[in-house]
Ligand binder design. Sequence first.
Ligand code: AMP
Length: 571
Amino acid sequence: MIEKMELLDVDKLIEEFESMTKDAGNVQRETLKKILEENGCAEYLQNLGLNGRTDPESFKACVPLVTHNDLQPYIQRIVDGSSSPILTGKPITTISLSSGTTQGKPKFVPFNDELMETTLQIYRTSYAFRTREFPIENGKALQLIYSSKQSKTKGGLIAGTATTNVFRNSQFKNTMKAMQSQCCSPDEVIFGPDFHQSLYCHLLCGLIFREEIQFISSTFSHSIVHAFRTFEQVWEELCADIREGVLTSRITFPSVRSAMAKLLKPNPELADLIHKKCLGLNNWYGLIPELFPNVKYIYGIMTGSMEPYLKKLRHYARDLPLISADYGSSEGWIGANVNPNVPPELATYVVLPDIGYFEFIPLKENVEEAKPVGLTEVKVGEEYEVIITSFAGLYRYRLGDVVKVTGFHNLSPELKFICRRNLMLTINIDKNTEKDLQLAVEAASKLNTEEKLEVLDFSSHVDLSTNPGHYVIFWEISGEVREEVLEECCNCLDRSFVDAGYVSSRKINAIGPLELRVVQRGTFQKILNHYVGLGAALSQFKTPRCVGSTNNEVLQILCNNVVKSYFSTAF
Ligand code: AMP
């Protein structure tokens, strides 16, 4: 029997989005009202004296700006099993573990049906715009998605990463079907207990269904690059499995093995074809379109800390469009990418005014507590920190992300992700963000390109154990690089931090020479394993770009794997 599938009405979705963004101010007010009506009985709001008022002015007057630390005691009581209305009217039954890259340990945040619904809404919105530009046929998607371990908290709540909570929700599958985006891998692979094994099986499923694959996706694009780097190592094993129709003995979990056995049949022709294609490639350039001839685009979050992977992604993707996915967090969604034909470096996100109530702290004034402004009051060209009020129990919550307003889509702002606010290299008067670090690494790695070598991943640390303190940049590189090149890279890194505070401090030696430490191959994989061990998932993994002393375990992994170190002579 042919399954009848209800596809999404793309025109209707776009129309709804247009009319909502044209009325962004009113929609925001209505959204706040709805959030406060649904949750007004929660202890947190009761204590703040709103007394049933739901207008933005009263809300701002009564409710303080908070960070995760401020909410921690409330969230802890929920985690411990208290069923009274603490942050939300309806009790929270599921908890998300945010990746906690900055602090080094995962944070708990509430997850509920409303958050699930806004997740699907944002997926549908960007799908509508994407599919209008890049139509796909009814096929499959190679979705490089992974679940974290789902555990029970002391109080019996389900806890997993936000993406795991989404992937496990029955509505996720239905929406993917309606978006013609069904994952080619069985659930046992997505939810497999070991991500190395899941990754191998995702690749195998992709190859089995190679003709049907319409696009390749992941939550964050790191997972796509990671998958194809792995492909370079395991492609012959994959071919052997396809040839014999027998899964490698490395895959040990019975549930995964039996799910894969249903798909795997001996297919020597396919194995030969893939083998031949791989041998014909030059340094794996264009691997993706060779393996998947009907792929229309690559899709995943590609901005912010994912930007450094674009070069490698382009290498694998050749001329396939790269489309950045939406902007959100475990705490809540913010904006959709409705301009899919823009390259990821220029991608912006239009805020959906009905998925939360948004405020923005202007950063221009450089005052710690500048007054937040509303969604429709932001100014083009200015930078802000995002404040979320969600349907899942967060009120005036400082997300810690810095965004720049690049324009308006109707009356709703288009945001460009800039960086995490607190990810900053600073010793005295210098201030360098994750973005500054990325630019410095890009500039210095260009020296490497001439040698046909590649910075696989990088991180940084402020070393205050020396006097004066200095910046340390960790690089994992492929192959052997000549000493002189690395010395020059180190000087180039030092010179590339053009912040006036840094340059002047370097000139008078108030900051010591920058140090480039080259780490062994596999070091960043160890960091990934470390985070997965803490309950994170590959799907949400972001390499920590600046490791503070409080994140001791990651710092130790980096320091214990240093093979060479260079000090700048640039100043
Ligand atoms: P998580 O801890 O996994 O919930 O990660 C959420 C964080 O990932 C956000 O606060 C951002 O810093 C980052 N992020 C999410 N979406 C994007 C995006 N589209 N572009 C850049 N960074 C993003």
